[in-house]
Design a protein around this ligand. Sequence first.
Ligand SMILES: [Zn+2]
Length: 683
Amino acid sequence: MGRVQKDGVQEEVRDLRQQLERHNWRYYALNDPEISDTEYDLMLRRLHDLEDEHPDLVTPDSPTQRVGEAPLPGFESVRHTQPMLSLDNAFDEKELLDWEERIYSLLEMEPRKPLEYMVQPKYDGVAVELIYLNGVFTQGITRGDGEVGDDITQNLRTVKSIPLRLYEGGGPAPERVELRGEVYVEKEAFDGLNARRVSSGMDPFANPRNMTAGALKQLDPKLAAERPLSFAVHGRGFISDLGFRQEREFVRVVRSWGLRPAHYSEVHRSIPAVYEYVQRLQDLRETLPYETDGVVVKLNDLEKQQKAGARSKSPRWAIAFKFPSKQATTRLLNIQVQVGRTGVLTPVAELEPVELAGVTIRSATLHNYDELSRLEVRIGDTVLIERAGDVIPKVVKVITAKRTGKEAVFDLPTHCPVCGEKTVRAEGDPFIRCPNFSCPAQLQGRVRHFVGRGAMDIEGFGTKLIEQLVNRSLIHDLADLYRLEFEQICELERMGAKSARNLLKGLDRSKQAPQARFLYGLGIRHVGEHVAEVLSTEFRSLESLGQADLTSLENVHEVGPIVAKEVFDFFRDEQNLALLKKFQEVGIHLTAPDAKPESASSDSPLAGKSFVFTGSLTAFGRDEAGVLVKERGGKVTGSVSKNTSYVVSGSKSGSKLEKARSLGVPVLSEDEFLTLVRSAVDE
Ligand SMILES: [Zn+2]
């Protein structure tokens, strides 16, 4: 009996994997999905559950196994079987024509017949090589110096558009396949990631390429998995049994294996046609979903490629047409230091105004002090600046040849430029910080955050007003905002009686704000809007959040150890506790997350209850069960804590069941759960 059941599971697992691979292929390679993301996620979840229950069925190429377990101590060096060469550049049509001329003579083609060229956008990302053995993704290597790169397999496994197993719908893949391509991030995903970082009090990434390179260099694959990376194939190393003779066919083969070839891959039969393509792509450049810096042009015919051959560093049969750069040079007039709400000092370059991609640039970020010392920038230097996407322009490098000797070295600030406190810098921290919690610049930043959208959302608090409040010592902390008096506000510049009244009204209204917004407004590091929401729902009141120990914080779904620690520390800091007490005194009365009397399901027995499911259910899947709970006003979390109302246990429940018992959380069988759900329906 058991044997039969086991075979059934094995078959389901195999079937799920095949289906998932197929849907990956449709999604990434064909850009033509047949099912919704939700359906895909449900299948993946089902596979996860089956593998949880039958760990012996887990294989490394299962779509569930993207994030490996342990961080690496370091990367190992690996030699490429064929060197990863770089391409020569062309900057105009004439240089393309010259290149074609050289190819004709290398090929000794007389009389000349038209040549075919494969053209593709040149992604601005990080080049890597993937090695598949018998269809299974086995190793991923950085380009390195072209000969030897780093083994970053663990990190590349987390990139969803890299299949862990080649799709073999069109027949088995060759024994050894070496593919080359670009890891990149789509502009939208990059902007989203940066927005989340900023809302969590972290610094945004300078540009997409840096973010990508940084992600691939993480020793802990979990960190790489958090970055929204994509992958596109643009070339190959060694492939046993090629089975194709043209770049055009290679694109088709890549797609059939479930990988994404470079978008807009086209074949053209003359250099003027290639140049037209280049111009077309250049016009599209800003609207493309990813950053490009040019077009790659290759001979379409593989035999001709071979005949044209390669120099030591670059092939002769391919060339990169480079787009005009989004870079410009200008003079750096001064370096200003800005102090943020968390005390981070950010150096900002003041520039002689310069036109760049249609915009006048007056300042550029120098990011942090590691960057500053890497650049060795001096005041008065001529610098190269770059604007990538909509990101703030940044200084790329110093043109040292233009130095006159009159440039002034910029010393790291030993004291905060605003409050004068001695700055600190923790080991390994690229940032210098002002440690003074009462620093006016920090307080201004905290107020801006506290009254801003997503937090208390109080209208009328402009930068100028906040500056005055802080500089005139009308407020010393956030709670003081609620002690402001009508006369005090009226006396400020640009404030009349009407705006003062509105401001006070807004402040008063905010006393009833939802707790999550207040929590976000406090500006605890790493606690963005979403995490604040999650914490509020889980702990109901600030008191119980404040009392929560590290383990129960970490147990909250979507809260990791770093966030847990920040929250834990925040509620153990004397200054913060005093501030919270003061908030109470001024009459902050927050709306608890579960106080929604108008909710239709409020008298359902499931309302406000939290459920954890474990083991496999027979009547329905976990997701369906989750929907049943949510429709009746309850919620589902991933792990058991003392705040869990019920654990619903199917067959083969494991550690969650034990934990529920040890915490005294009521355990329901599937039937008992159904009875509870039905009672909610009948009411
Ligand atoms: Zn300061």
